[in-house]
Write a protein that binds this ligand. Structure first.
Ligand SMILES: Cc1cc2nc3c(=O)[nH]c(=O)nc-3n(C[C@H](O)[C@H](O)[C@H](O)COP(=O)(O)OP(=O)(O)OC[C@H]3O[C@@H](n4cnc5c(N)ncnc54)[C@H](O)[C@@H]3O)c2cc1C
Length: 444
């Protein structure tokens, strides 16, 4: 009897325990559900996903079926067509991922079939690393220590590209070329992100063998571009963090440890969202009273200036334009633009996070929402609210030759460049006053 692999955020052949389990006793069928939720994705992300799936399908000899349906309907339909009594999939930990896997499990069970889950998009599954008393870590540094101590398995090895069963064509089969073309037309990017698993692996190896030594000193410099650019590959599961950690673990250089520490932030945020699913929309702590966030036409105009990179603060504008053009933004700059939105424009972090969701290719529920909460000061172990980034000081420190801002804001030193839309010093004071007011109320 055939088994079925339900591909989710693990769109790769290598180091994929769910796929290996499906192939254990012979050829497996493979299904990806193009669900209604994907209609809400930005064109750029849909185009990227279509390319990733196209490439993965090629790797399966054309066997991967991509069907327009809810996950439950697509998986059940494929399981019936393949006569599969067992479906294998990686476990998800976000609220929507958990809901989806419950629905799939229930649909399969009602049909006399079974969903087996193995693996996750993390080196250590969320919820696994806990304090001695069984409660979750709230502070990053001890979490990282316990996470390292817990450790992770070695990479699981490659799947057999020859060992797939083709499903018969179905009216719900998706035309990936058409989706990619529509997405590109609607929401173009300067250039596509890497969508082939083998190329991601090559560039990861190049990074670990070469650039990683510069990571400690240069990772905060957007002008030097010394980071790995692995985030969208991790978000779509083109590579598993266990594979990354196996490569960095072999490097005896402090930069490799720093890099691993960044990966453990990814695991910390996923762990936080698993324990606190409401963090997707709600602040985990209050820094400004709900009624004190800026609203109305002035706030909306400021938001648009921020979104379009027209605030008159070069580092903020460069970051927002890099995001619009490439679907990626340097981490230091993400922090600066996020701080600016919350603490200079007094807009709630959720507005910024929603824009990032549309514009980023590496968008990931837990990473985006919890990083926004970190900058806003509302998250677990967040940057304190009173720490307000000064966008001009950040510019001189991290882009000292102004190469990054000149690259993204060509009109920078011309009369066309707008004057600052706010007075940073004054807004900083306002932000602190709003915070005092919120704290005063909390204390009552
Ligand atoms: C407001 C804001 C929103 C963000 N939204 C996302 C998002 O939606 N998706 C996303 O993957 N990252 C997000 N990040 C984290 C970080 O900016 C990106 O992971 C990083 O810039 C990606 O570039 P890189 O792969 O070259 O990073 P590298 O520096 O090479 O880091 C390697 C990997 O470590 C992880 N990592 C690095 N920094 C962080 C961090 N601060 N938090 C969590 N993981 C980290 C990522 O998986 C990254 O790919 C956000 C950060 C901020 C401040």
């Amino acid at each position: 009897m055939t088994r079925l692999w339900w591909a989710r955020r693990d769109l790769r052949l290598d180091d994929n325990p769910a796929l290996l389990s499906a192939q254990e006793d012979g050829p497996a069928a493979a299904i990806f559900a193009w669900t209604p939720a994907l209609h809400f994705w930005s064109g750029r992300r849909r185009a990227h996903l279509a390319r990733v799936l196209w490439s993965l399908r090629e790797g399966t000899g054309g066997a991967l079926a991509v069907r327009r349906a809810s996950a439950a309907d697509a998986v059940l339909g494929a399981a019936r067509a393949a006569d599969a009594s067992v479906v294998w999939a990686a476990q998800e930990y976000t609220p929507s991922g958990v809901r989806e896997q419950h629905e799939v499990a229930a649909a399969l069970e009602a049909d006399g079939r079974e969903l087996q889950m193995i693996g996750s998009p993390y080196a250590v599954a969320p919820g696994r690393v806990r304090k001695g008393d069984g409660t979750p870590y709230r502070v990053f540094t001890p979490f990282r220590g316990a996470w390292r101590e817990h450790g992770w398995r070695s990479p699981a090895g490659p799947a057999d590209p020859e060992s797939f069963v083709h499903l018969d064509p179905d009216p719900s089969d998706v035309d990936l070329d058409q989706i990619a073309a529509h997405g590109d037309a609607e929401d173009p990017l300067e250039s596509p992100h890497e969508f082939r698993e083998a190329r991601v692996r090559e560039s990861l190896e190049e990074f670990v063998d070469g650039d990683i030594s510069a990571y400690v000193d240069e990772r905060d410099r957007p002008d030097l571009d010394s980071t790995s650019h692995l985030s969208s590959a991790l978000a779509f599961g083109l590579v598993h963090p266990r594979t990354v950690l196996a490569l960095t673990g072999a490097v005896d250089h402090s930069a490799a440890r720093t890099f691993e520490s960044e990966l453990s932030w990814r695991e910390f945020h996923a762990d936080t969202l698993w324990h606190e699913p409401q963090a997707l929309r709600e602040s985990l702590s209050t820094v400004v009273r709900d009624e004190d966030w800026a609203t109305g036409p002035g706030a909306d105009a400021a938001f648009v200036a921020w979104r379009e990179g027209r605030t008159g603060f070069p580092l903020v504008d460069a970051g927002m334009r890099q995001l619009a053009s490439t679907g990626w933004m340097h981490n230091r700059v993400r922090m600066v633009v996020a701080s600016f939105l919350v603490k200079d424009l007094h807009l709630p972090w959720q507005r910024g996070a929603d824009h990032f969701r549309r514009a980023l290719l590496d968008y990931d529920h837990s990473q985006n929402q919890l990083n926004w909460q970190w900058v806003a000061g509302t998250g677990r172990d967040a940057s304190p609210y009173f720490r307000v980034f000064n966008p001009d000081t950040q510019l001189s420190k991290f882009d000292p030759h102004r190469r990054y801002v000149q690259r993204w804001v060509p009109e920078l030193d011309t009369p066309e460049y707008p004057a600052p839309i706010v007075d940073h010093k004054a807004e900083r004071e306002t932000a602190l006053a709003l915070n005092r007011r919120a704290k005063g109320r909390e204390g009552r």
